[in-house]
Design a protein around this ligand. Structure first.
Ligand SMILES: NC(=O)c1ccc[n+]([C@@H]2O[C@H](COP(=O)([O-])OP(=O)(O)OC[C@H]3O[C@@H](n4cnc5c(N)ncnc54)[C@H](O)[C@@H]3O)[C@@H](O)[C@H]2O)c1
Length: 459
């Protein structure tokens, strides 16, 4: 693997703790550590050097280089993935040393910078156009800053934010635009506040379709459906007319799955079905957080929970395939929780009813957590899933797990190069099948009602 060390499994960490070194020792591989400062590296050496695992410390300099590698991620890698990450890290460091070498030469050798150019370009990528609908609403207000400052597309990608709301909200929308300008963000190329679909959907690369009537206390999803589905018919047509065919769409506005189905139907022919998705990432995050609380580990130590089906109270939050990193060991969440009654009862209902509980307490629907989940959803779609990890995303069914083709159904997915794939071959027991059948039935009924509301007798 280029380092001349025997390697069965490798632990890579941004820091060195007794836990990560004992994990490397347990797995019999070397511990590779990228430290963010000299002091941390010395401490790391002292800690990790106590075990039998070989230790390789990479010596970067403070704030010069940033590795997006965390311990839970590292621990989930197979040897091949670990080897490629190691090569990546070493190549970054070689570039860093070359850059420092160039800086020294420039200082002491006249005209050398014309002969030896610096290897790190500082330019940002050309701006992408990102639409947020319902941008004057509460999720909109929470999400626009996160998109504008690089939480979704990274610190080197400029974005032009296009904010859409209804004409009645033009003035507050203008206020949001002014605040974004005042944030003075290097990643924000421009902000457009608009009230027509023609302006909003023109040439966009990504769409966060949030704008809709929110669910109020005691309101049934069926009432919402009739009110909201027509908005998504109109936006589907606008996508077909004005957007780039490569545009990627996240529907947040409820009923999210069925709204996405309708938007996709009316954008067909221009925007492919696989570019549409609806948000169940909030439910996914809620499920992971509940597992973390129950097991007593940080939430980043929980992976592969699944939300099956609809973003509604029939969704099935499933931990049968989830993993938990506990005391340095990756174990099954079911085993770590060891409480079937809880997993088949309170756990499911807590996640299913969380939205309603928040409405009851705040008198408003979830906004901060919904905005964060939408950021997570598109960021994962943009950068891909980590090795060994899957996330929940409502996408068009291809018939997997017996779900009728074309329904926008939440599945476990992996993402590579901007393309999602439904995780195949997971074992579904009788209990899970019953839950999946119930949420499928609800989505089929919603589809019938939605098509009717759009003036279509059948699909
Ligand atoms: N999928 C999820 O996990 C999830 C979670 C939370 C909320 N939601 C849903 O997200 C939606 C927005 O929630 P919110 O709390 O921000 O509501 P909000 O009422 O605060 O904001 C909605 C905004 O959408 C605007 N709007 C309405 N129709 C529009 C249209 N045709 N075009 C553009 N904008 C339009 C409204 O004027 C308003 O500013 C709701 O449908 C809510 O139920 C989904």
């Amino acid at each position: 693997m280029g380092l001349g060390v025997p390697c069965s499994v490798v632990a890579i960490g941004l820091d060195t703790t007794p836990e990560s070194s004992s994990l490397a020792n347990h797995r019999g591989g070397p511990l590779i550590v990228a430290q963010s400062c000299w002091c941390g590296s010395v401490v790391g050496c002292l800690l990790a050097g106590k075990g039998p695992s070989p230790l390789i410390v990479l010596w970067p300099f403070q704030r010069t280089i940033h590795f997006e590698v965390d311990r839970a991620f590292a621990n989930s890698m197979c040897p091949r993935q670990a080897a490629s990450y190691t090569i990546f890290m070493v190549s970054c460091l070689l570039r860093l040393y070359f850059w420092l070498f160039c800086k020294v030469i420039y200082t002491f050798v006249p005209f050398s910078k014309y002969i030896l150019p610096l290897p790190f370009p500082t330019t940002m990528s050309a701006p992408i156009r990102v639409l947020v609908t319902g941008a004057a609403g509460q999720i909109g207000y929470s999400i626009v800053l996160q998109i504008a400052k690089g939480d979704v597309f990274g610190p080197n990608q400029k974005v032009t934010l296009v904010l859409l709301d209804i004409p009645a909200f033009a003035t507050p929308l203008e206020g949001v635009k002014l605040e974004l300008i005042d944030c003075a963000l290097p990643t924000l190329a421009g902000v457009e506040a608009v009230t027509t679909e023609a302006e909003a959907f023109h040439d966009i690369d990504y769409a966060f379709l949030i704008g809709a009537m929110p669910r109020k206390e005691g309101m049934e999803r069926k009432d919402l459906l009739a009110a909201n589905v027509k908005i998504f018919k109109s936006q589907g047509l606008a996508l077909a007319k004005y957007a780039k065919p490569s545009v990627k769409i996240l529907v947040v506005g409820n009923p999210a799955n069925t709204n996405a189905l309708i938007a996709a139907k009316y954008a067909a022919g221009k925007v492919p079905l696989e570019n549409f998705s609806a948000m169940t990432r909030l439910d996914h995050n809620r499920a992971a957080a509940q597992v973390a609380l129950k097991v007593g580990v940080p939430v980043e130590n929980v992976k592969n929970v699944i939300i099956w089906g609809n973003h509604s109270s029939t969704q099935f939050p499933d931990v049968a395939h989830a993993k938990v990193l506990k005391n340095g060991q990756e174990v099954d969440a079911v085993g770590a929780i060891n409480d079937t009654a809880y997993l088949q009862g309170d756990f499911i209902s807590t996640v299913q009813k969380r939205g309603a509980v928040i409405i009851e307490k705040r008198k408003l629907s979830s906004a901060m957590s919904a905005a964060k989940a939408a950021v997570d959803h598109i960021r994962t779609w943009h950068v891909g899933t980590k090795p060994g990890e899957f996330v929940s995303m409502a996408v068009a069914s291809d018939g997997s797990y017996g779900i009728p083709k074309g329904l926008i159904f939440s599945f476990p997915v992996t993402i590579e190069n901007g393309k999602w794939s439904i995780v195949q071959g997971l074992k579904i027991d009788e209990f899970a099948q019953g839950k999946i059948n119930a949420t499928t039935k609800e989505l089929e009924d919603e589809r019938t009602d939605a098509l009717e509301a759009c003036g279509e007798s059948k699909q």
